[in-house]
Write a protein that binds this ligand. Structure first.
Ligand SMILES: CC(C)(COP(=O)(O)OP(=O)(O)OC[C@H]1O[C@@H](n2cnc3c(N)ncnc32)[C@H](O)[C@@H]1OP(=O)(O)O)[C@@H](O)C(=O)NCCC(=O)NCCS
Length: 162
């Protein structure tokens, strides 16, 4: 039985682990140096602790184990964004991603969002069908926020009404 809940500080280690494993499993064609820089920069205890204290993260537990993590927040008065969504690679297609997306979305709606955004790496054929089947539509292409000169990594911005 899996359960979704708002993340607490005691969950930070599990969140960092699931996001790090999820990132490595997803971006297999990116240079290792890029992946390492992203996971070190984004999914470290210090940064995730701040985000958890800020109320940004949700987690899915199977017993004592974190099997998925997701987070979001408001980016304008009526727009929310899904910042992060990772499911333990061995636990995909068991509705864990949907549970997390629904929890984040419900909260964003309560905060006043009627539009929800997400950025997906171009070519992420795991996440793009997932988002499209949940009503997200392609909006624009952008250079990835963490992309250095010469790396030219591209993200696709998707949005939906919520
Ligand atoms: C995207 C992700 C969060 C989905 O989580 P999940 O728990 O596997 O998703 P669910 O079980 O809730 O839903 C399965 C969905 O995955 C999608 N999917 C993509 N490829 C699929 C495949 N080969 N088989 C089945 N479903 C597939 C489908 O859209 C399916 O939706 P459906 O229920 O409408 O058929 C998960 O695959 C993941 O962690 N991916 C790696 C990290 C990532 O890309 N995160 C998003 C960054 S923006």
């Amino acid at each position: 039985m899996v359960t979704v809940q708002k993340a607490e500080l005691s969950h930070v280690k599990g969140i960092c682990e699931v996001c790090t494993r999820g990132y490595w499993a997803t971006y297999t064609s990116a240079p290792r140096s890029y992946i390492q820089r992203i996971v070190d920069g984004f999914y470290n205890v210090e940064r995730v602790s701040k985000e958890v204290q800020n109320g940004d993260y949700w987690v899915v537990f199977d017993g004592e184990i974190v099997v998925g993590a997701g987070g979001g927040g408001m980016i304008s008065e009526n727009e929310g964004e899904l910042y992060v969504l990772y499911v333990e690679p061995t636990r995909k297609y068991q509705d864990i991603g949907t549970l997390l997306l629904d929890a984040v979305t419900q909260e964003l709606k309560e905060l006043g969002a009627s539009i929800q955004w997400v950025s997906v790496a171009k070519g992420n054929q795991m996440a793009i069908p997932f988002y499209e089947s949940r009503g997200f539509r392609f909006y624009e292409e952008r250079k990835a926020y963490a992309s250095l000169e010469g790396e030219d990594r591209v993200v696709l911005r998707y949005k939906r009404s919520i």
